[in-house]
Design a protein around this ligand. Structure first.
Ligand SMILES: [Zn+2]
Length: 502
């Protein structure tokens, strides 16, 4: 009998038992069976653990119990306040060491820590800075004094400015503030979603001048892969608009150049780190664009996928859903691949909203209508029963990014995140970090911690972690042979992790 058949029979028996009228104290054995059956439905609930895994699981359970009974419970706090507590958490330290498989939802403009951007990139020669009227900054590398622009009237050479300022550490800290959402007092500084999203978009624009400088881009991609690698991640799917890049003399490179650089740097990284499989791009267009502009990007994406099948995974529409245009608005552009007889897998952000019933809220159904391969965030899916059913039946995983959802103010206490329901039902899920540099979450360990301790609660166990990591390979865009290869590489690391920690 197959596993699912046994499970179906057990569930029916449980339901029959429940249906019976009972008098007096219910049978404890029946109660035990009921608890076991329900636990088997959660993420990782059907995973059978080896003796060594069971040993580590008991240890993890004890550690989690201690954290849940402490006065301050990190998943219930804002991540910016909880981060030092998480860094000291023994559960987090174990998760850091755990091989986590793949990162499937990260944006290219926020993949590297701001410390590196400021301490390394802004210290390079020919870097100019400009302070804008709306309290933001712009950076530009140039071999001569840059011309004034509408948003930047006065460019200053950063090296000279730093030399004039007496306290470079404080100055660098202030630069970091422009590139991240981090603040000591997030509740006061970000009273609502609009305020936090405004800062979010500003930080993206501020970082762009640094990242799109061609020589920086090469180092940036390498550094981004390195940060993931050090957090025990073996493969990346990166959402990127493939911005045009510029040289010191003002020469501009096109998207193809950027894609080739990404391919070259990734290959170099894999050569240096043979236990890292590689990285692919999900080409993205911003939802502020018009239909004809998105049509152009979709056509380019179709061509780029033909020309670089190993690198281009598919297409997505990005930017704040609540503010932007819906997937249905772009229906003509999104129908192009089918009309042209081309294959362009979609990986749509959908349901990153708490505005139930709005047009934006329908994105989640439209994403499925357009045959999305995964659902970015899917925060709203819990109250779309049909979308949930379709996503489960078609094995379309939800990319869960808990810290992003909290910092961008969809939920405050992660124990109340809708993914609690998804995880308890064993819905297809992967964990990712969305914008690590903006949230201060290098790698995936912080998000895994929040999902494991806050969203999964005491029920989530080592099987849950194992399934989430293995899901990241299963639901990746890789062809079957590479999925198998990555899975074997990951399993070898997993066994070593268990042996070293049980
Ligand atoms: Zn995202």
């Amino acid at each position: 009998m197959f596993v699912w058949q046994r499970w179906a029979v057990a569930s029916c028996v449980t339901l029959l038992w429940l249906g019976r009228v009972s008098f007096g104290v219910p049978d404890p054995a029946r109660r035990e069976q009921l608890l076991r059956d329900e636990a088997s439905r959660q993420t990782g609930g059907k995973m059978s653990l080896s003796i060594a895994e069971q040993k580590l699981n008991s240890h993890l359970h004890k550690l989690k119990l201690q954290e849940m009974s402490a006065t301050k419970f990190p998943p219930a706090m804002h991540f910016f306040s909880a981060k030092p507590l998480i860094q000291n958490s023994p559960v987090y330290k174990l998760i850091q060491k755990m091989p986590k498989g793949a990162a499937l939802h990260i944006h290219s403009t926020s993949m590297v820590s701001v410390e590196w951007l400021v301490k390394n990139v802004t210290y390079r020669p020919h870097c100019y800075i400009c302070f804008t009227w709306d309290n933001s900054v712009r950076f530009l590398f140039s071999d001569k004094q840059p011309f004034p622009r509408w948003d930047c009237l006065y460019w200053q050479l950063l090296e000279a400015l730093r030399a004039r300022i007496g306290d470079p550490t404080r100055f660098d800290d202030s630069l970091m503030q422009h590139l991240t959402l981090f603040t000591e007092d997030p509740e006061r500084e970000y009273p609502n979603q609009n305020v936090v999203w405004e800062k979010f978009e500003k930080a993206f624009i501020a970082a762009a001048g640094l990242i799109t400088h061609a020589p920086v881009l090469r180092d940036y991609i390498y550094k981004g892969l390195e940060e993931l690698y050090y957090d025990n991640i073996m493969y990346l799917e990166l959402r990127s608009g493939l911005s045009r890049t510029y040289e010191l003399d003002g020469t501009i490179h096109d998207k193809v150049w950027t894609l080739k650089v990404f391919q070259e740097v990734t290959q170099m990284f894999v050569q240096d780190h043979p236990d890292f499989l590689g990285a692919r791009i999900i080409i993205s267009a911003h939802r502020a664009l018009g239909v004809s502009e998105v049509k152009t990007v979709v056509k380019e994406a179709i061509q780029l996928q033909k020309d670089f099948p190993d690198v281009v995974a598919g297409f997505d529409i990005v930017g704040r859903e609540d503010d932007g245009r819906t997937l249905w608005f772009f229906r003509e552009a999104l129908s192009l691949p089918a009309q042209l007889g081309a294959t362009l897998p979609f990986f749509f952000h959908a349901g990153e909203t708490d505005d139930e019933g709005s047009d934006v809220d329908q994105n989640i159904l439209d994403a499925l209508l357009f045959n999305t391969s995964r659902i970015g965030h899917g925060y709203a899916i819990a109250h779309h029963p049909l979308a949930k059913e379709l996503s489960r039946k078609r094995n379309i995983a939800v990319e869960l990014c808990p810290i992003s959802n909290q910092v961008l103010k969809l939920v405050s206490d992660l124990r109340n995140h809708p993914a609690v329901v998804l995880m308890s039902e064993g819905h297809p899920l992967v964990i990712s970090s969305d914008d690590p540099s903006l949230f201060g979450t290098s790698g995936l360990s912080y998000d895994f911690y929040q999902a494991f301790v806050g969203i999964g609660g005491l029920k989530a166990n080592l099987g849950t972690l194992k399934e989430l990591a293995s899901n990241s390979i299963r639901y990746s865009s890789l062809p079957t042979n590479l999925k198998n290869k990555l899975h074997d590489m990951w399993l070898e690391k997993w066994d070593l992790f268990i042996a070293n920690n049980s």
